[in-house]
Structure formats: structure tokens, C-alpha cells
Design a binder for this molecule. Sequence first.
Ligand code: MTE
Ligand code: MO
Length: 211
Amino acid sequence: MVNFMSGGRSRRPSSFRYYQDGPPVEVNMATYRLRVSGLGVSDIYLDASALASIPRLTQSRRMVCVCNWSIRELWGGFLVRSLLEYIGWDELAKGRYLKQVSIGTADKGIYDSTIPLSGLLERDALIVDQINGSPLPMERGYPFRLIDFGLYGYKSVKGLAHLLITDQLKLGVWERKAGYTVEGTIRPKRYRICDLDDHRFVERPGEVTEF
Ligand SMILES: Nc1nc2c(c(=O)[nH]1)N[C@H]1C(S)=C(S)[C@@H](COP(=O)(O)O)O[C@H]1N2
Ligand SMILES: [Mo]
């Protein structure tokens, strides 16, 4: 029997997908700027052409949500490290935290989360603008999202507006509302693996690389 509701590489349980605070209805790339700010330095505003000049890569990596599902996809973008090198802030990053802030919407507000920069750099976290060779759809985080694949999805902000280098580790939206840990490491347990249309047990904490 053909089950029309099953399977599909990219099918995720829709009730487990979140865009708690968005997505924005529209983003105008002619005026979009990714704001980067930090302690004691002037804010930098990166437009589309500046962002396009950062060395790029494409990686197949697995995203895991705290709500027990996961999906591996081909992400295109650049390393957080490359962005910091591009703006000359790699030294400023040492021992600090990176607060990610989403584009706001009038009715739904702003999403944010903060990750220690040392961890982001160690885990080769990405800032992506493509998924499987196409621009990110609005609900997947257009125009740019950060992803730290060693941490649960709630730590990684879609629809980025602002990256702030800070010396304070503050709770983000989901951490406050749902009581998730501020640290957010992926835990060993059973997950629904959407791209394999199966369930698997993840044996070790951190990024899932074995399947
Ligand atoms: N701006 C924003 N980013 C967000 C969220 C959100 O609600 N708003 N949800 C997070 C959570 S909990 C997860 S699991 C992933 C989901 O990413 P996906 O839509 O690509 O599946 O986005 C994360 N980033
Ligand atoms: Mo999530």
C-alpha cells in the first residue's frame, strides 16, 4: 500500500518544527545588512556583496532538535571563523560569547540565543544561506542562519539580523520559555531521523556524524 503521508528525505514532523518568532514576511536583500557588534568596537554592517565575498564551503551535516528529531542536509555558506577573520575580529572572539539575534516581526517578536565562541569555533559552526543548493526558504531562515551542529537546534538562530560579541552568557528565548539548558549539547538518546525515515539511537553527546 502506498502511504502518501510517509517518507520523503526532507519531511519533518511539522509539529516539531519551530519558527517561534517569525519567519519574517519579506526580506529585501538590497537593504539587508548583517550587523556585527562587539565590546568597545564600532558596529559593522555587512551587505549581501560583503557577505558573498567570505570564503564559502558546502557541507553535509546533521541538525538535531531537542524534540527528538533530526535531519541531515547539504548546507552552503561559510564558517563563523571565516566571518570573524573577514572583519578582523578573530582576536576579540577569545573567551567571549556570541549572541545571535533574529530579524524581528511586529506580531511575533525576536528570537535569540547565545553560544560561547570557543565552542562555535572548535565545532566549525556555519553561517548558511543555502540548503541543498538553493537559497534558504523563508521558514528555514532566509537570508542567513547560524548552525552549531554539536548543539540542539534551539541554540542556532534562523533569519539572522545581528551577531553580538559579548562577555555575558544570557538565556535565549527557548531556554527561558521551555527551560532548555543554556549549553545545549546534543544528548545521547533515540531520535526520529527524518532523512532516513527511521529512528536511531545516538550514542555520544555532540554532533552526530555516524549516520
Ligand atoms: N529565528 C528563529 N530561529 C530558530 C527558531 C525559531 O523559532 N526562530 N527555532 C530553533 C529550533 S528549536 C530549531 S529545532 C531549528 C529548526 O530549524 P528548521 O526550521 O530548519 O527545521 O531552528 C532554530 N532557530
Ligand atoms: Mo527545536
